[in-house]
Design a protein around this ligand. Structure first.
Ligand code: GLA
Length: 378
């Protein structure tokens, strides 16, 4: 009996019908462009969230989590709709609302994606539940449809205006590859991402700085892109290159222009990253990571002192490149480093954080891992 099986039985008095798991993610490059119809290049990390689910023969929905001491939150299926107050359970409830199971369910969650680290623990939670429900109720949704449903849950039920990247990669990723995702139509291509055979490692630095997409900064960036799109009379920023944007600069406010400049240059960097990865040119990849960070810091202004120090200290320690990842305003940075320098790099970053009187950072590494899966059927 697996750990979550045991917790399910202890809490709900029976065995689950199904257990599904879904991973968190890091984004190699392509930041803050999923909602502008861009290409992004994330990969799934090995940390996953597990959802064990059992169908009930009434309309009750009961949810508990190992991380919340198995405390049960209970609702009636028919009363689950946006606006219902709650805490972490709003994520699974949002998925239930978006998917509409035909009967009540018991759900036990065991989350292993670090919280608040910008590694998409929320997408992992949503996608583990969605994968379990899709199989349990034989909905037959494709991965693209599940990505849209889980995004809808987060946008409309939880109230976070996120794009489609995190849910897509949590559902669609393949071990050993980064996922080139076209956010316009959700088509994908697996791009081999093997830094280890070149003696390199991707270090994930969790700054432990505050990270919340509900604070307004994220929505404000999206709104700037949308007003730029309206003024430039294009469907999305995907339709422009830098030269075209510069020609139309006079139509935009300065804020709209620099936000749009981040988007169009970042879209170009993703395509360049795919090329340099295919050529195993990691020096060039490092430079693209640095350019991405500078653009997020200076044009998109979603970085923060902790992320900048993490990036600068990594480069001081000899990293090939480094950048903030995810929504920003805290969370994690990544650094492409020589594997032999891992401990020395960590020491330099820790020292820089201590000198700046920041909370001590946490460090992770992860190989590109498999997306959501059903791991057990009862
Ligand atoms: C968050 C959102 C994503 C994406 C990133 C920035 O992780 O959930 O949709 O916009 O920020 O790239």
């Amino acid at each position: 009996m697996s750990f979550i099986d045991k917790k399910f039985a202890e809490t709900f008095g029976q065995s689950p019908d199904i257990i599904a798991a879904a991973p968190g993610r890091v984004n190699l490059i392509g930041e803050h462009i999923d909602y502008s119809d861009g290409f992004v290049l994330p990969f799934a990390i090995s940390d996953r969230t597990y959802a064990a689910v059992r169908v009930r023969d009434d309309r009750k929905v009961r949810i508990a989590s190992v991380q919340r001491r198995n405390k049960i939150v209970e609702h009636n299926l028919d009363a689950i709709k946006p606006g219902l107050k709650g805490e972490w359970e709003r994520y699974p409830l949002g998925v239930i609302w978006a998917m509409g199971p035909t009967s009540g369910i018991d759900i036990m969650i065991d989350g292993h994606v670090p919280l608040g680290a910008g590694l998409s623990s929320s997408a992992a939670l949503e996608c583990s539940v969605a994968t379990a429900l899709n199989h349990l109720f034989s909905f037959g949704y494709s991965l693209e449809e599940l990505a849209r449903l889980t995004q809808k849950a987060e946008n409309e039920y939880v109230g976070v205006p996120c794009g489609i990247m995190d849910q897509s990669v949590s559902l669609m990723a393949h071990a050993g590859s980064a996922l080139l995702l076209d956010c316009r139509d959700l088509s994908t291509k697996n791009i081999a991402f093997d830094v280890a055979s070149s003696g390199l490692e991707l270090l994930i630095i969790d700054t432990q700085a505050h990270h919340s997409l509900t604070d307004g900064g994220y929505a404000e960036r999206r709104a700037s892109c949308e007003s730029a799109v309206a003024k430039l009379a294009v469907k999305s920023l995907r339709e422009l290159d830098l030269a075209q944007l510069e020609q139309s600069q006079n139509l935009l406010t300065n804020t709209e222009f620099i936000r749009a400049r981040h988007a169009v240059t970042e879209m170009a960097r993703v395509m360049d990253a795919v090329q340099v990865l295919e050529a195993k040119n990691f020096v060039a990849l490092g430079q693209l990571l640095n350019q991405s960070h500078a653009s997020l810091r200076d044009d998109y202004t979603v970085s923060c002192p902790e992320l900048n120090v993490a990036v600068e200290a990594s480069l001081t320690a000899g990293a090939l490149g480094a950048r903030m990842v995810g929504g920003g305003f805290g969370g994690s940075a990544i650094a492409l480093i020589h594997a032999a320098h891992t401990q020395a790099t960590i020491a330099v970053i820790e020292k820089a954080f201590a000198e700046n009187k920041f909370k001590a950072p946490r460090f992770f590494t992860s190989l590109p891992s498999q997306g959501a899966q059903v791991i057990q059927r009862g």
